[in-house]
Write a protein that binds this ligand. Structure first.
Ligand code: KE4
Length: 428
């Protein structure tokens, strides 16, 4: 494959944009190559500026569960855009999408739309602090909740991908109110939450971690987290920006039947347009301005185009059998991928929850941040470059997930398996 045009574009982009990208992980630094510039996408395929076609397992980092440029979403956007693009005023479509979210997500009685997952999580934490009058946020090593100051402590996603401990520019006063503890460690969880020295406002967690690679909650972990936060009056926030409408129509909380106090959403609910949301018990949500004193606002919150795309996307997900079919497809693919890895002799741990999965290049089980960090990122990088050269578009980081979408065909998956088999033969 040639990447001549992408390379020219990357040089040009770096003149105007830091790192040539508008989000760090896209720069492909950790996988030892320059990014390809994508010009269009359709269904399971993305196309780069050199005209190369790829089977897409990034899915825009999660939103494109239906595949790219779905006709229903395109039609919804056409219908909306002719009426204008933004009004800065309440609109009927915000009510429609809000009602769909309230209906779908067990914990959500009221919901506020924002424009990104980061806005959703930072607002939910501010709300939890305002509602409890406490300051400390507990998060988990390797989980990523966006780039708000409070979260860049042992965070996942691009923070571990780039190997940066946190970020300059965040005052110690902020960091001291964030405590990060190991995922799946019940003993440290209980010890931390029961520490009376800490005035803990909330715990925020990815109910299935997707930002240290895919890491599932071990049996009893979420249940213990829920019972402890309930007992201690600590607000439990599920960050379902990835898992919301992904693991089931009601998200991870429906999938595991654990109901948090607040839930953060993003990605899928925008159908590819910029949307985030946070919601939960009315008793808590009614503390948000203008009804309550906790302030949060946004010029483009509830944007009519984003609402139209989100409504169309969720309607597609309501089809009977959708999630069963997605689970069967993902399970079948993962089983075959496991066989390829097993036959290759390459040490791979394949973690999968629903249509999220990660192949960790390590011989040990991956159950938390420390075990994830033992993965061989150089081998992942070589695998990434090999797969790209064969038309398979994976996440440019060992610490992200691959997404199965409704659009990938059996041929697409078969091609990915064949190229994986070829790659594994040429890795070591
Ligand atoms: P955004 O602000 O990027 O819309 O959402 C932040 C966020 C919050 N919570 C979770 C669980 C998330 O995964 C994210 C963002 N995910 C990353 C990739 N895993 C977005 C990709 C990027 O940073 O470019």
């Amino acid at each position: 494959m040639e990447y001549i045009v992408s390379q020219k574009l990357f040089t040009e982009a770096r003149k105007y944009i830091p790192g040539g990208v508008n989000s760090p992980v896209r720069a492909c630094k950790s996988v030892g190559c320059d990014p390809v510039f994508i010009t269009k996408a359709k269904g399971a395929s993305v196309f780069d500026a050199d005209g190369n076609e790829y089977v897409d397992f990034v899915c825009s980092w999660g939103p494109m569960i239906m595949g790219h440029a779905h006709p229903d979403i395109i039609e919804a956007l056409h219908g909306a855009v002719v009426n204008g693009t933004s009004f800065g005023a309440p609109t009927p479509t915000e009510i429609e999408l809000a009602a769909m979210v309230v209906e779908a997500v067990p914990s959500i009685e009221k919901v506020r739309f924002v424009s990104s997952g980061t806005e959703a999580t930072m607002s939910a934490v501010r709300l939890a602090r305002g509602y409890t009058g406490r300051n400390v946020v507990v998060k988990f090593d390797g989980c990523y909740h966006g780039h708000a100051d409070s979260f860049l402590v042992k965070a996942g996603s691009g923070v571990i991908t780039l190997g940066i401990p946190g970020s300059p520019g965040i005052p110690d006063d902020i960091v001291k109110n964030t405590i990060s503890i190991p995922y799946n460690n019940l003993e440290i969880l209980e010890k931390t939450l029961r520490d009376e020295e800490l005035d803990i406002a909330c715990v925020i967690i990815e109910p299935v971690a997707g930002n240290m690679g895919c890491v599932a909650p071990q049996s009893g972990f979420l249940e213990k987290l829920r019972s402890l936060t309930e007992e201690l009056g600590i607000v439990l926030i599920f960050d379902e920006v990835i898992t919301g409408f992904r693991l089931s129509y009601g998200g991870a909380q429906e999938y595991y039947n654990i109901i948090p106090d607040l839930t953060c959403l993003g990605k899928i609910i925008g159908g590819g347009l910029p949307v985030g949301a946070y919601g939960g018990k009315a008793e808590i949500m009614d503390n948000i301005a203008p009804d309550g004193p906790v302030y949060q606002a946004g010029t483009l919150s509830g944007n009519p185009l984003a609402m139209a795309a989100g409504i169309a996307a969720l309607k597609l997900l309501q089809r009977a059998g959708f999630y069963d079919e997605l689970e069967a497809k993902a399970r079948g693919f993962a089983e075959r991928l496991q066989n390829v890895a097993g036959a290759s002799g390459v040490p791979v741990q394949l973690n999968r929850v629903g249509s999220l999965m990660t192949s960790f290049f390590t011989g040990e089980q991956v159950t938390d941040f420390d075990s994830a960090m033992k993965a061989d990122t150089d081998t992942y990088a070589k695998h990434y470059r090999q797969m790209l050269s064969k038309g398979i578009y994976l996440a440019p980081s060992q610490f992200e997930v691959a997404f199965i979408s409704a659009a990938q065909s059996e041929n697409d998956l078969e091609k990915a398996l064949k190229m994986t088999e070829w790659s594994f033969k040429n890795l070591l």
